[in-house]
Design a protein around this ligand. Structure first.
Ligand SMILES: [Zn+2]
Length: 282
């Protein structure tokens, strides 16, 4: 098995989105009217080479975000709170081809942690793959209510017929719900609600290390360690971060959120979340 990290360009958002600000102003207003940008952050997607076929986790962003009118002009979030820098060659399709993976032929499954544009923007590269999306998340992102919530359902490929899943009550370590993606159970989907109500993450167990492809459960490992939720998620965020931390206490875990500039270094050095405790033999 092997995990490839694919950077599909960069995004910058308001600092109050990266880390939740204190105070009583509604959270979206704090994000929209924050004067401070974050740094330009990477947009990562992942490709897992598994004997049963390649599994892609998130598809990154498209360069079309640079086209006039790609985002609904009237939408305050795109007007005020997000900027993208993606070139055509940054998209996931060309990048996979460069490393010898043909997105048309070799990618068996594509899992989306959630449907925000910087995770679903590369969907069009996978017309022949099984696209796995959490059912409630798909419903929340669809139609005009989806657009209001900041999703871009009208930009999804016309052929999209996802396999809509609901996670069964099958505990995996501390996660109450999980679903295996491979028959050996080495690639698992777990429920990580918070950033959106039905966010999912993928855990890959490889040579005794657990690679936690975290989507947007938090924007950085630092915020995970501080149990610091982001500025757009719901009240489940902190509980999810606690569950991830206790998982990382019991299992050597490399935490890889979609926008953490330090993810590459941790991945290369197999740097586990610094709460891991070796199991004490009883
Ligand atoms: Zn998101």
């Amino acid at each position: 098995m092997k995990i490839h990290r694919i950077e599909t360009g960069k995004v910058r958002i308001r600092r109050n989105q990266v880390t939740k600000a204190d105070g009583i102003t509604p959270k979206m207003l704090k994000v929209l009217f924050d004067k401070n940008w974050s740094d330009w952050l990477p947009i990562y997607a992942w490709a897992i080479e598994h004997p049963e076929g390649v599994i892609v986790v998130d598809t990154g962003e498209t360069h079309k975000t640079g086209n006039k009118g790609y985002f609904p002009r009237w939408h305050p979030y795109y007007l005020l709170a997000a900027e993208f820098d993606v070139r055509p060659e940054d998209e996931i399709g060309p990048q996979l081809r460069k490393i010898g993976i043909d997105p048309d032929r070799d990618v068996r499954k594509v899992v989306l942690t959630h449907l925000h544009t910087d995770h679903a923007g590369g969907l069009r590269h996978f017309p022949n793959s099984e696209i796995i999306i959490e059912k409630n998340e798909f419903e929340a992102a669809s139609g005009f209510t989806g657009v209001l919530a900041g999703y871009l359902p009208h930009r999804w490929p016309g052929w999209l017929k996802p396999n809509l899943i609901t996670l069964p009550d099958a505990p995996y370590h501390g996660f109450p719900q999980s679903l295996p993606l491979t028959s050996d159970g080495k690639v698992m989907i777990v429920g990580t609600p918070g950033h959106v109500a039905h966010h999912i993450s993928v855990i890959v167990e490889m040579e005794g290390v657990y690679y936690f492809l975290a989507g947007d459960t938090s924007y950085t490992e630092e915020n995970l360690l501080k149990l610091q939720p982001d500025g757009v998620g719901n009240s489940q965020s902190t509980g999810t971060l606690k569950t991830i931390l206790s998982f990382a206490e019991a299992n050597p875990t490399v935490y890889l959120p979609s926008h953490d500039p330090r993810a590459p270094a941790r991945m290369e050095n197999k740097a586990v979340v610094p709460v891991y405790r070796e199991a004490i033999p009883s």
